[in-house]
Design a protein around this ligand. Structure first.
Ligand code: ADP
Length: 397
């Protein structure tokens, strides 16, 4: 079975075509500048990337362009669109309505439309991508795989904010958690590496990328996570602030004379590594600045390490134990300094990092042999989870 995985943003649409027999990616690409002019970057396995200017006034036209590339005699890998058995869509926020991977139908679309209210930035483009696929591939089943779904097992006391209950009910304001597909994938891999049954594991997963989140997974089920109602809460991120005292927001709006929309931009785009270091939202550039003696860059780095340490400690307490910590995503997979500095001096919890193993490029287990808590680096693969869930749902039809 061939499954197309689609991740639609406001002006871009990423895609990968999977052969589910081999779990290999046959082709992947990116439609960019949708609604502006249109650019397609397309690559079939083992071949160089092809970049083409193709008009893409709408998401449907972007889908049409990618299908043409996939079926093209020279740059494609299938002969006809009907060879695509299903499309799996990445959905960032399912709200309280969409709590697991699901086949698209009218009522599912209606539920996703409700999410526009609580997560408009992601949901509106997702709907454009889904409708674009339905328009171009009307006979192909479409499945939603939802980032908030894996976190649905959190107990009420972990997801409830201490706000008036009626406001929670009215506006559905609660902790949802994000990066669930990634936390799920790496925690399942970690369970295999631990050689234990899922119900016997206590795992903390650290997804550290431009956006970052930590999750506590007890017995295979999420019991807490650092992101909240939106992907703004929790750790310091590239340009997002993470958790701050909420009183800072009205204070700043008043002092700086800025509006709600301006403060949203400020919290999402001007804070985090970028705001503290005044260098960049990209940690590589922050690290280069640290090498040159930049103190603000070092401060941004130290904040991240300290926060990871606090979350690991807190989640070990929440689970009454810890079998392993997993690092994943751009920073977690590539930055050994962060891994070492965030988990050093935690031997009271039984965490001992092996410095040499940690610095090895393709390291997997980076804890010492006598570390009571294992520490793993596991590359995430959200697209494969989306393709696998899609295959599972569609093969039951
Ligand atoms: P996103 O959340 O957008 O998917 P990524 O998971 O790619 O982002 O993470 C981006 C972050 O990872 C950046 O801060 C970048 O500095 C860091 N990163 C990505 N690749 C590397 C690498 N090879 N070496 C060091 N840092 C990296």
């Amino acid at each position: 079975m061939f499954v197309l995985v689609v991740n639609a943003g406001s002006s871009s649409l990423k895609y990968q075509l999977f052969d589910m027999d081999t779990k290999e990616v046959m082709a992947k690409g990116l439609c960019e500048r949708i609604g502006i002019d249109g650019k397609l970057k397309h690559q079939t396995s083992g071949n160089p990337m092809i970049i083409k200017d193709i008009p893409m006034p709408t998401h449907a036209q972007a889908v049409s362009a990618l299908v043409e590339s996939l079926t093209d005699k020279e740059i494609g890998c299938i002969s006809d669109m009907s060879e695509i058995s299903a499309v799996g869509h990445r959905v960032v926020h399912g709200g309280p309505w969409l709590t697991k991977s699901v086949l698209v139908n009218e009522s599912v679309i209606a539920d996703l439309e409700k999410c526009c209210d609580i997560a408009p930035l992601h949901t509106v483009p997702h709907l454009l991508g889904i409708r674009g696929c339905i328009q171009i591939m009307p006979k192909t089943p479409q499945v939603l795989v939802i980032d908030t779904a894996f976190h649905q097992t959190m107990p009420e006391y972990a997801y409830m904010y201490p706000i008036p209950y009626e406001i929670y009910e009215k506006h559905k304001i609660r902790r949802y958690g994000f990066h669930g597909t990634s936390h799920r994938y790496v925690s399942e891999k970690a369970t295999e590496l631990l050689g234990k049954a899922p119900e016997d594991t206590k795992i903390v997963t650290c997804h550290l990328g431009n956006g970052s989140s930590v999750a506590a997974i007890n017995g295979g089920k999420v019991v807490d996570t650092s992101m909240g109602f939106t992907p703004l809460e929790g750790l310091i991120m590239g340009s997002r602030c993470g958790a701050v005292d909420p009183a800072i927001i009205p204070f700043l709006m008043e002092k700086e004379g800025i509006s709600v929309s301006e403060i949203i931009v400020w919290l999402n785009r001007k804070c985090g590594f970028l705001g503290v270091s005044e260098v960049s939202s990209d940690l590589r550039e922050v690290m280069d600045a640290i090498d040159k003696g930049n103190k603000k860059a070092k401060l941004a780095y130290d904040i991240l390490c300290y926060q990871i340490k606090k979350y690991v400690g807190a989640y070990a307490a929440a689970m009454n134990g810890l079998d392993c910590v997993v690092f994943t995503a751009g920073i977690g997979e590539n930055n050994h300094f962060i891994r070492y500095d965030s988990l050093s001096n935690m031997d009271y919890l039984g965490i001992k990092i092996d410095k040499d193993k940690n610095e090895h490029k393709n390291a997997c287990e980076i804890s010492t042999d006598n570390s009571a808590v294992k520490v793993f680096v596991i590359p995430t693969n959200e697209e494969l989870v989306i393709a696998t869930d899609t295959e599972e749902i569609v093969s039951k039809l």
